[in-house]
Design a protein around this ligand. Structure first.
Ligand SMILES: [Zn+2]
Length: 130
């Protein structure tokens, strides 16, 4: 059975710097994972989970993230951002009766947004921040 090591946050960030220095854009999360694992590979093999890699990439400030989503019919309230884990802000509108109505949610950290019908992320595009 092959054994894999889990790289530290610092090693993943260093790897992201190297990868982004040679290409301005990586057009999927799976591709980014492959690139990082290949970059870290030496005598030992490394594994990095895709959600963890995405969180580290967002926190690093190295990339601008484009989030592609598909629409669903699912209506469910959201607290945490499904992309980066930050707390979501409600998007509200005033009603004619002076109250407010929730229209959806948005994330101030990664720019994910959704209406009450949930938008589910399907693809991430990582672009080097200039
Ligand atoms: Zn977010």
């Amino acid at each position: 059975m092959p054994s894999y090591r889990i790289p530290s946050d610092d090693r993943v960030r260093d790897s992201l710097v190297r990868i982004l220095s040679t290409r301005p854009m990586v057009d999927s999360q799976r591709r980014l994972k492959q690139l990082v694992e290949k970059d870290l590979k030496g005598d030992e093999k490394y594994r990095v989970g895709e959600p963890r890699l995405r969180h580290l990439a967002i926190e690093s400030g190295l990339v601008d993230l484009e989030i592609r989503c598909r629409d669903t019919e699912e209506m469910r309230s959201l607290i945490k951002c499904p992309v980066c884990g930050a707390r979501l802000k409600k998007v509200r509108n005033m009603t004619v009766y002076g109250g407010t109505v929730t229209l959806g949610y948005r994330c101030e950290r990664c720019k994910y947004w959704t209406g009450l019908k949930r938008r589910v992320p399907t693809r991430y595009i990582f672009t080097r921040r200039s």
